[in-house]
Write a protein that binds this ligand. Structure first.
Ligand SMILES: Nc1nc2c(ncn2[C@@H]2O[C@H](COP(=O)(O)OP(=O)(O)O)[C@@H](O)[C@H]2O)c(=O)[nH]1
Ligand SMILES: [Mg+2]
Length: 203
């Protein structure tokens, strides 16, 4: 898919605020600061469409971005920025609310046929953290295909990059999980074509 135009559409703070299921959706999830806004901006070819490094997790909402909307606003696909996860100052009830909303979104929206894929971002520099694992468990409730995007790959040498991919494969092996993995860098615009190709196949 070639991005000719991208636009922010809406911010849904609750289940009832989600838009009518009219176009395929691909969701992006990751703990805060993993580089999610940066990667979305890179994918959409825009610098500041998704806000980077604000107060992490302040807005607990699903943000919708339309790719190539027609004059009626109908896009080829919506990229959906799921609320950040794993910021320090969050109450138990806020956390439970988050899990409920995101868990419901990834399962019901996929069962509906609207959510076509889930992209989970993990920092390429470190093995998955407990938070990454927790998020993975929620994402795997979705029947939609799952892809791991390793972020900030520009911070690694080519050797370390290969180790990161191999390390992830090994990490998930005991769970019987074989997840497609793409090395990305928002900074160096790396892995974007590969991600779009994969998105094309699910959309
Ligand atoms: N070197 C490098 N830094 C990145 C990259 N992507 C994001 N960052 C930095 O990581 C921090 C968090 O990025 P952001 O996109 O706001 O993360 P979010 O909280 O997951 O949305 C910012 O300081 C970014 O500049 C990348 O590809 N390479
Ligand atoms: Mg962000």
């Amino acid at each position: 898919m070639r991005v000719k135009h991208a636009a922010f559409v809406l911010s849904a703070p609750s289940w009832g605020a989600l838009p009518a299921p009219t176009a395929p959706e691909v969701a992006f999830a990751g703990r805060s600061n993993v580089g999610k806004s940066s990667l979305l901006n890179a994918l959409l070819g825009r610098k500041q469409l998704a806000k980077t490094s604000g107060t992490p997790g302040k807005t607990q909402a699903l943000n919708y971005y339309a790719v190539n909307p027609n004059p009626q606003g109908h896009p080829d696909v919506f990229l959906v920025d799921l609320p950040g996860y794993g910021f320090a100052k969050v109450s138990k009830s806020q956390r439970a609310r988050w899990q409920q909303l995101v868990g419901r979104y990834v399962t019901e929206r996929a069962e509906q046929g609207t959510l076509r894929a889930v992209v989970q971002l993990i920092d390429a520099r470190h093995p998955p953290t407990a938070l990454d694992e927790e998020l993975l468990a929620i994402m795997l409730e979705s029947p939609a295909p799952h892809l791991i995007a390793l972020t900030k790959a520009d911070k690694l040498s080519s050797n370390q990059r290969q180790q990161a991919v191999a390390g992830l494969r090994k990490h998930f092996e005991p769970y019987g999980l074989e997840l497609p993995t793409v090395l990305t860098s928002a900074e160096k615009k790396q892995g974007l074509g590969e991600l779009w190709t994969w998105i094309d196949t699910v959309v």
